[in-house]
Ligand binder design. Structure first.
Ligand SMILES: [Zn+2]
Length: 483
């Protein structure tokens, strides 16, 4: 006990590290990001603990030009390698630091469709991987923190867990996967909905929707998503709402991200009124992604297809759409899917979707597969299995960043093992290897989905009409057995 004052004296003299606990900390590194008054420039200091990196990399191809690597006194230098992709520390010693700064205006101008940063009024939204160089080697044992030094009146909105000393802890995917954070003058408002916590930041740009309207919108969407498994898929979610100058639709675009913790980005049309927000599909779609198994980006047929199916079904279960509206939306979506792409198999189309903009094809062919699987499960295993149960099985295996990403077919195989029969793999494989949009006519007839002049009419005298009604029945009425 006598040692403590002694250490304190030495610390004051600068003889020992002022934070003796640090010596016991595991290998890793600490970032400090210091923003200037106008959020135009960020100075980053990166200090290493019991670890010396060979190479640092940046998480965004378009962000290199915004970095200033001028060497500072007391810090190691950084040299960009010939490949242009990575940076080598020069003169870095154990316990040492590297320093660089980022021109945030240049960052906000960089990139085209996947921009590393943008300004929303006085606030700044950016991919943290575009600011923070990270060691190319980052194992799960590394202990990594971030501390912000911000101008008075501003705060960060991040999905990362807060540590006791006021810094944030990063997992090894926080800068490697696509993520979005914000700094600015917004409030972060807590919203409790569907048994989960949402930290909502509405960024600084004009918008017509009220604070209460935005809360109701998000609460209803969360309630709809909880209709999949009886609970919201994650305990805590950061929601960045960015008003953008637009008239329609009410929500222009959304993104769900798992980098460093669950977070959502929702682009709200500036003119959207409260009543247009409740029941719209984007928030339900993005929130459903948070409960999806992590799978590869090249397999949008699975991650986007299945979420697209559920964006309609879950709104029906929550009473945000009538049963007729659910099937009308599905039918209209399948029509858009049928008219898009079609020269390549679904498997190939999923890989090249961004190049050819065949989003409708991939999303809605995937949704058609989800529907066919759901019906077949309910038909073969009445009151025991439906697609909800498989979604939960897959989430337990690969939810969040658990188990790393999986291929869609590996997930289908796991489901078939659990079902003890070959159902998912044959159905998925046949569709993935075909360039034709699935023919749903026979399925429609059995379900009692009739289309008259483009308008869906539901018939209750069809052989599978009760099965169809069960798909959109509230969760409490659906058997959740079979686990
Ligand atoms: Zn999506």
């Amino acid at each position: 006990m006598r040692v403590l004052p002694f250490l304190l004296v030495l610390a004051l003299l600068g003889v020992v590290d002022p934070a003796p606990a640090d010596a016991a900390r595991s290998a890793g590194w600490d970032y400090e990001i210091r923003f200037d008054e106008g959020l135009r420039r960020a100075d980053v200091r990166l200090c290493f603990r019991r670890f010396l990196p060979k190479r640092l990399v940046l998480g965004h191809d378009d962000a290199h030009g915004a970095l200033d690597l001028t060497r500072r006194p007391g810090a190691a230098g950084l040299v960009r390698r010939g490949d242009g992709e990575s940076y080598v520390p020069v003169g870095l010693r154990p316990g040492g630091c590297v320093v660089w700064s980022v021109d945030l205006d240049a960052l906000a101008r960089a990139g085209r469709w996947r921009k590393p940063a943008s300004r929303v009024g006085r606030d700044l939204v950016f991919a943290p991987g575009a600011l923070l160089l990270r060691p190319a080697l980052w194992t799960s044992r590394m202990d990594v923190t971030v501390r912000f030094v911000l101008p008075e009146g501003t705060r960060p909105a991040v999905p990362w867990p807060l540590t006791r000393d006021g810094s944030y802890r990063l997992d090894r995917y926080a800068l490697r996967l696509e993520g979005t954070i914000a700094v600015g003058r917004f409030e972060i408002e807590r919203l409790d909905a569907a048994g989960a916590r949402f930290d909502v930041a509405v960024l600084d740009a004009p918008h017509r929707a009220s604070r209460e309207g935005i809360r109701t919108w998000l609460s209803k969407a969360a309630g709809a998503v909880a209709q999949l498994s009886g609970r919201f898929p994650v305990d805590r979610t950061l929601v960045l709402v960015e008003p953008v100058p637009a008239r329609t639709p009410a929500v222009i675009f959304g993104m769900a991200m798992r980098a460093g913790g669950p977070h959502l980005r929702l682009l709200l049309a500036s003119t959207a009124r409260d009543e247009e927000l409740v029941g719209e599909w984007v928030a339900v779609h993005e929130m459903t992604h948070l409960g999806m198994a992590w799978n590869y980006d090249t397999e949008a047929w699975f991650q986007e297809g299945f979420v697209t199916y559920y964006q309609e079904i879950l709104r029906g279960r929550a009473g945000l759409l009538s049963e007729q509206e659910v099937w009308q939306n599905l039918h209209d979506g399948f029509g858009r899917g049928r008219r898009s792409g079609g020269q390549r198999t679904l498997s190939r189309e999923s890989r090249v979707m961004h190049r050819h903009h065949t989003y409708h094809r991939v999303y809605w062919a995937g949704a058609a597969l989800a529907l066919r699987l759901d019906v077949e499960l309910r038909r073969r295993f009445p009151d025991r299995w439906c697609l909800d149960d498989l979604m939960q099985l897959w989430e337990r295996m690969h939810g969040g960043t658990r188990g790393g990403p999986a291929t869609g077919l590996a997930l289908m195989r796991a489901a078939d093992r659990r079902l003890r029969q070959a159902l998912c793999v044959p159905l998925a494989t046949a569709q993935l290897e075909s360039a034709a949009f699935p023919d749903l006519e026979r399925l429609y007839a059995r379900l009692g989905v009739q289309v008259v002049g483009g308008r869906v009419v539901l018939r209750d005298d069809a052989p599978l009409a009760s099965l169809r009604r069960a798909i959109t029945a509230p969760k409490t009425a659906v058997s959740a057995a079979g686990r």
